[in-house]
Design a protein around this ligand. Structure first.
Ligand code: UD1
Ligand code: MG
Length: 419
């Protein structure tokens, strides 16, 4: 089995993004753009990934730490030069290497796997992922000769009027034989117009030495959607969101209004959960089955809901774990809370979890009843079956023991809960 490694090109400035932050660190659905490309590299079994960085290199290095090594390209002299910067890491390395761009978060792992598979079965020096676009303007064109054989990739600026009519473009995703890539990369000449070293020129170099090159054509035009501006970021968000919502609906989740439902990456939602309009679910949230969310609910990271949980209108849950059958139907905030099964969080309940320095925990037991407009000043605990009367302010560490009722401001325990 051939080994596979990856190079992700991300040294470009991203000028059109107009940002202090490197473009590849901007988030799409709660996850930095470059992490989507790292996901693809890992999904196809890459043993090692090198991210070529330049602009604000230290920030990108910190973000990919543990998942990829970064290689500095101090001057952006083109994609061929960027790949060449990785040369020292590939001394004596055999196998294949994927080259991808760091700003294409919609790239699909299935397509990339197919590219690797085809590259291997054809025993190519290079296999290029191409796409057919109705508007190919700006992209490198795939120039084919007799019998449809790939002859060259011609950059838009260098293309003849005839070549500009070609609709098949280079997506910028390639699978190379690693030793061949690095034995030819030094022969790429500077492009006289752009004064850059084009990786794409390697195709013609391979062909003059009778090395085989191939292509895989994808129908998915979004696969290579490079995020060059905030407008494109919003477009990618829309495309990704439609795919994610469709997958949830197909898995048995009802989404009343997909146009106003936002679900970030790595979210799990059980079957028969119903999501009402204007609901935002952040990355990493877990929702059980048969739940009801929204309208106007926000579930923030670190939230885990059991089954049959009801989170109603104008509600926010953050870093909290709610057991089965918990109801929190109106105007409430739970932060850093743990709520046992069957508890009721009355309308207007708020956990005062932040004291200005620390986030503190609120623990509510099973089948507790928190009356309307209760403020729970954390850290505080409410025992199993306990009750807070409407309007109570339960002060920090003034726990309500199991089965007891507390009322008032500040709340005092007055008696056992009537059965
Ligand atoms: C490139 C391809 C083009 C293809 C298109 C697909 C070349 C010469 N052209 O063009 O055929 O259709 O991608 O999107 O490769 N980068 C570096 N260092 C550099 C230059 C670029 O790391 O010195 C990175 C950029 O950050 C970016 C990627 O390489 O992530 C592609 O560079 P870009 O300038 O966008 O290339 P294109 O002109 O779009
Ligand atoms: Mg580009």
């Amino acid at each position: 089995m051939n080994e596979l490694r990856s190079i992700i090109l991300a040294a470009g400035k991203g000028t059109r993004f107009k940002s202090e932050m490197p473009k590849v660190l901007h988030e799409l659905a709660g996850k930095p753009i470059v992490h989507y490309v790292l996901d693809v590299a890992e999904a196809v079994g890459s043993l090692g990934t090198y991210v070529v960085v330049g602009h604000k290199a230290e920030q990108v290095t910190a973000s990919v730490e543990g998942r990829a090594k970064t290689v500095i390209q101090s001057e952006q002299l083109g994609t061929g030069h960027a790949v060449r910067c990785c040369e020292s890491h590939f001394k004596g390395v055999s196998g294949d290497v994927l080259v991808m761009c760091g700003d294409t978060p919609l790239l699909d792992k299935t397509i990339v796997q197919a590219l690797v598979d085809q590259h291997r079965s054809a025993k190519n020096a290079c296999t290029v992922l191409t796409a057919r676009l109705t508007d190919p303007s700006g992209y490198g064109r795939i120039v084919r000769g007799a019998g449809g054989k790939l002859e060259a990739i011609r950059e838009h600026k260098d293309a003849t009027a005839e070549e500009k009519k070609i609709c098949e473009i280079n997506t910028g995703v390639y699978c190379f034989d690693a030793p061949l890539l690095f034995s030819f990369i030094g022969n790429i000449k500077e492009n006289p117009k752009k004064k850059e070293y084009y990786l794409t020129d390697i195709i013609e170099l391979f062909l003059t030495q009778h090395k085989s090159v191939g292509t895989l054509v994808t129908d998915d035009w979004t696969a290579n959607l490079g995020i060059n501006s905030r407008v494109e970021l919003a477009l990618a968000e829309k495309i990704r969101r439609e795919k994610v919502l469709k997958a949830f609906m197909e898995s048995g989740v009802t989404i009343i209004d997909p146009a106003t439902t936002y679900i970030e990456e790595n979210v799990t939602i059980g079957q028969d959960t119903v999501i009402y309009p204007c609901t935002y679910i952040h990355t990493g949230v877990v929702v059980g089955s048969g739940c009801s969310l929204g309208p106007f609910a926000r579930l923030r990271p670190g939230t885990k809901l059991g089954d049959q949980v009801s989170i109603g209108n104008f509600t926010e849950v953050s870093r909290s774990v709610l057991g089965n059958n918990v109801n929190m139907k109106h105007f409430s905030f739970l932060g850093d809370a743990e709520v046992g099964e069957g508890s009721n969080i009355g309308c207007g309940t708020v956990t005062a979890n932040y004291d200005g320095k620390n986030k503190n925990k609120t623990k509510i037991g099973r089948r507790a009843f928190i009356g309307c407009d209760t403020v729970l000043v954390a850290p505080v605990e409410v025992g199993d079956g306990a009750m807070a009367g409407a309007g109570s302010v339960v002060m920090r560490n003034k726990n309500i023991p199991a089965g007891m009722l507390a009322v008032g401001m500040p709340a005092r325990v007055i008696k056992k809960v009537d059965k």
